[in-house]
Write a protein that binds this ligand. Structure first.
Ligand code: TZP
Ligand code: MG
Length: 211
């Protein structure tokens, strides 16, 4: 069976921003503060490092009911026994990822435009579980994500996704001040607002309270 997944507050990890505290400890605190889903993302890690990091985060999440995704790397996700994978539209095509992960894991797909959302909506039902819409605002965390769509555009894309049976999370530049401006989605996704926070538990609590 496909794991349960609550997209309300979705944390994407950043090893550099977590700093000496380490990603697993930041995740532990973030979950205590109310994070409901976690994606391990580290573009600089080798497969082996990403695998080790995923296993450490999986240990932290054991028994919490918080779903664990791995960014991009299907093999690492499978080897580590993660709940799911998240891919962008320049990565392995979603249909291929679904074939590789089988029916019992979650699949997230990025959608930053009408065209990209159309790709997600054209896939057979059950291929994709959640679309990541963004960036809502441009963000130093991912400079190449480009200009922000703005919250109105994001809400429109989220409505289209929902009409097609897809859940959505918004990503990019979301912090505690901006969180209330993001509407129409099933959840918000943050990197720096939690990973760079001096107190990740308090940051997660504040984000939950802001919505
Ligand atoms: N994809 C689109 S924007 C982004 C990703 C991974 C980074 C979001 O980071 P932050 O720090 O929450 O703005
Ligand atoms: Mg990717």
């Amino acid at each position: 069976m496909r794991p349960a997944f609550d997209p309300t507050l979705y944390l994407v990890t950043d090893t550099a921003l977590a700093g000496p505290r380490g990603v697993p400890d930041v995740v532990r605190a973030a979950v205590a503060g109310g994070v409901t889903a976690v994606q391990v993302r580290d573009k600089t890690a080798s497969c082996r490092q990403l695998y080790a990091l995923t296993l450490s985060v999986k240990e932290v999440l054991a028994g919490t009911g918080v779903a664990l995704f791995v960014n991009d790397d299907v093999e690492v996700a499978l080897m580590a026994g993660a709940d799911g994978v998240h891919v962008g539209q320049d990565d392995t095509p979603a249909a291929e990822v679904r074939a590789r992960i089988g029916p019992d894991r979650l699949l997230g797909l990025s959608a930053g435009s009408d065209e990209e959302l159309a790709v997600a909506l054209a896939l057979p039902p059950g291929t994709v579980d959640v679309v990541g819409i963004g960036p809502v605002w441009s963000t130093p965390t991912k400079p190449d994500a480009g200009t922000g769509l703005g919250p109105e555009r994001v809400a429109a894309l989220a409505a289209e996704a929902a009409a097609g049976g897809l859940r959505s999370v918004a990503i990019g530049g979301i912090d505690v001040e901006r969180a209330p401006l993001v509407t129409g989605v099933d959840g918000i996704c943050v990197v720096s607002a939690v990973c760079a926070a001096p107190d990740p538990a308090a940051a997660a609590r504040a984000l939950r309270a802001a919505r």
